[in-house]
Design a protein around this ligand. Structure first.
Ligand code: GRF
Length: 216
């Protein structure tokens, strides 16, 4: 069975969606460990409740970014994962770290990349007068939120939506999107080659595969 290591920093609602998908067999993989750079967050409770190894690795215990990333990489490698899943992991990773896991590390980002890399995506979309928002899953490369996009899900922005309302809607889509992409990887359908994302041996378009919302 394929092995996942999930990295989190906070509430872990995406982690929960992945845990559920592993339990129900939607994803044919096991989660070897959940690693968090902050103590006491809800995501760690979710991991423990699911009987998973929950590791707290506070970045504040390390002298600098390089030292933290080296410790993190070693810890991850100790589980020999097939895929490293960043699920709300709010740390910028060094190039050395990213290069070590390139092609086997993915991230979820709450915007329709390449729009709005970085933080405050929902407020920026509202301020720009956008009518559509969404989430993207991408392979992680050294460029922040810049790796090849694998898939996206979109939601309409309603006239009265504030950033919180929009975040809730996008998060609901994230919980559908992330398990599906992980399933592709685990099933051997999704690969990274020549700096690009491929699904079923076909290069994915620049915005990834657009998955339709099925919710009623
Ligand atoms: C999500 O919006 C994700 O896209 C972003 O951080 C948030 C994590 O939420 N990278 P959660 O911890 O999974 O609830």
């Amino acid at each position: 069975m394929k092995r996942l290591v999930v990295l989190i920093s906070g509430s872990g609602s995406n982690l929960q969606a992945i845990i559920d998908a592993c339990h129900t067999g939607v994803i044919d993989a096991s989660i070897s460990a959940v690693i968090c750079n902050k103590a006491g967050v809800m995501g760690l409770d979710r991991a423990r409740k699911a009987g998973l190894e929950a590791v707290t690795l506070p970045h504040t215990d390390y002298a600098n970014r390089d030292a933290f990333d080296a410790a993190l990489a070693e810890r991850i490698e100790s589980y020999q994962p097939d895929l490293v899943v960043l699920a709300g992991f709010m740390r910028i990773l060094t190039d050395i770290f990213v290069k070590r896991f390139v092609g086997r590390m993915i991230n979820i980002h709450p915007s329709l990349l390449p729009a709005y890399p970085g933080l405050n995506t929902h407020q920026r979309a509202i301020d720009a007068g956008d009518t559509v928002a969404g989430a993207s899953v991408h392979f992680v490369t050294p460029e922040l939120d810049g790796g090849p996009v694998i898939a996206q899900r979109s939601v309409p922005i309603a006239p009265g939506d504030d950033a919180n309302a929009l975040a809730r809607k996008v998060l609901a889509e994230e919980h559908r999107l992330y398990p599906e992409v992980i399933r592709w990887f685990v099933d051997g359908r999704l690969t990274f080659s020549q700096g690009k994302a491929w699904l079923d041996h076909t290069e994915l378009p620049a915005n990834g595969k657009r998955l339709e919302t099925t919710a009623a």
